[in-house]
Design a protein around this ligand. Structure first.
Ligand SMILES: Cc1cc2nc3c(=O)[nH]c(=O)nc-3n(C[C@H](O)[C@H](O)[C@H](O)COP(=O)(O)O)c2cc1C
Ligand code: SF4
Length: 437
């Protein structure tokens, strides 16, 4: 995979605020260079001339939604953090940089490519919710991002952008980089809080982090890409942000494509760009000799979309209306020479392995599903297995488990059983995988 490829294609620099400073061929901007490019302007505006609630209102009006998978409105989440003298401290902001969703590699671009943007975004967002401490919870394998963030944090402390009484504003913030132990569940926001506290990374049932998060104190967890939008909204305003998009949802989005396409990669494009444009123009279409069959639009936890859905906009509402989800906005492509049952085996094995084991349907159900899929894939399946898989998938759905890992796992399975029924039946009938003959 060639990272950054075509990253800036077809879009003027003022239209791609998140990646404007990113050039994969060179080291990221240091603090001085970042300032010369307009960096830390939002920090000065926010801390020296805006009230925290003004920033939350800007984010709310801009319609910024979470890019970590669920698409929750960011301003709404921040509004749940009580402000004022009587609120409990310390308050925390946690930056979710775990990025272990299969097929997803967008946050890595931002962390490696422009670490000062991440730091400025954390300070401005921290100020909006009046956080005292911020953690950047980083995927274990992102060593380059860790080095670059560590350097950027040190530079920001030296310049007085972090620590006590930032720029004489009276606001203080410390940032700590926390490297994940390396499990998918650590990316789930409440399990992440347990992980930071040094506990086993189990999700917290009925958790409301804004009331009782890290060490029982008010906490907000947001995704890397979500937060990186904030300084640009502060600098340029709501109308500008909304104007970047070609749908109702505002801003740009880092879309990615993996699979057997000509140019796998990631690109910052207007929010709402169609799946067809991303696939055919930016990723260059399918490799020679291969045809498109389906795609998972936003990582492994989203439902398959077929050819007839390709003209739909990649945005939260449009994908939901199509019966899938935007998720992380990074598409995984299935081609006509890859067995869909085989693909589902890989996905379900991943989810089974990554189950934290806390609730029974997920702990027992996912390995059982993976085992049944392997049997079908190897020609040992029975016709009734298909109905049984569908029943298992139902009982792993929303409402039956403590977190969204299992419901996410069933998205590809349920849609796969529906769209690739004939492929499943051929495996059962022929007693072998048709792609392996
Ligand atoms: C199993 C699982 C893994 C997740 N992994 C991530 C992740 O790596 N990065 C992320 O930002 N969100 C991840 N999420 C979503 C988070 O729980 C949470 O919704 C998100 O960090 C909130 O930030 P946002 O509102 O800015 O999207 C995961 C959720 C689940 C259920
Ligand atoms: S759904 Fe799976 S990952 Fe989530 S709490 Fe239950 S066992 Fe753990």
């Amino acid at each position: 995979m060639q990272f950054y490829r075509n990253m800036n294609k077809n879009i003027m620099s003022y239209d791609k605020p998140l990646t404007a400073n990113i050039d994969p061929g060179r080291e990221p901007l240091n603090l001085r260079e970042y300032e010369q490019a307009g960096g830390y302007r939002a920090l000065r505006t926010a801390l020296l001339s805006l009230e925290p609630a003004n920033i939350t209102n800007l984010v709310l009006d801009a319609g910024l939604r979470g890019c970590g998978g669920a698409g929750f409105p960011t301003g709404k989440k921040w509004n749940h953090m009580a402000l004022g003298k009587d609120t409990r401290h310390p308050k925390y902001l946690v930056v979710n940089a775990d990025e272990m969703e299969p097929g997803t590699f967008k946050d890595r671009f931002l962390l490696e490519g422009d670490p000062h943007q991440m730091i400025e975004a954390t300070i401005v967002s921290g100020y909006a919710i009046q956080a005292d401490i911020a953690y950047i919870f980083l995927r274990w394998a992102y060593n380059r991002a860790a080095q670059r963030l560590t350097k950027a944090i040190a530079e920001a402390y030296d310049k007085g952008y972090l620590g006590k009484n930032i720029l004489g504003s009276g606001y203080s913030l410390d940032i700590y980089l926390h490297t994940s132990a390396g499990r998918y569940i650590c990316g789930e926001s409440s399990a992440m809080l347990n992980a930071i506290e040094g506990k086993r990374a189990l999700p917290r049932k009925d958790s409301h982090a804004t009331a009782s998060g890290l060490w029982g104190k008010p906490t907000v967890v947001n995704n890397v890409e979500t937060l990186c939008n904030v300084p640009h909204i502060v600098n340029n305003g709501v109308a500008w942000y909304k104007g970047l998009s070609i749908t109702k949802a505002g801003g740009t989005k880092i879309y990615g494509v993996s699979g057997k396409v000509r140019h796998p990669g990631a690109w910052e494009l207007p929010m709402g760009t169609s799946m067809r444009e991303i696939l055919e123009e930016h990723a260059g279409g399918m490799r020679a000799g291969l045809k498109f069959r389906a795609l998972l639009p936003g990582g492994a936890s989203t439902a398959f979309v077929l050819e007839e859905g390709l003209d739909v906009s990649m945005d939260f509402d449009s994908l939901q209306a199509l019966g899938s989800r935007m998720g992380t906005g990074t598409m995984v492509i299935l081609d006509d020479k890859t067995c869909p049952v085989d693909m589902l085996v890989s996905l379900q094995r991943f989810f089974a392995q990554e189950s934290c084991g806390w609730c029974t349907p997920c702990r027992e159900g996912l390995p059982w599903i993976a085992k049944m899929l392997v049997a079908i894939d190897e020609g040992a399946g029975k016709t009734e297995d298909l109905d049984e898989l569908a029943v298992h998938a139902k009982f792993l759905g929303s409402g039956y488990t403590y977190c969204a890992l299992a419901p996410g796992a069933t998205a590809s399975l349920e849609s796969g059983l529906k769209y690739f029924k004939a492929d499943f039946e051929r495996h059962v009938h022929d007693k072998h995988c048709p792609w392996r003959t």
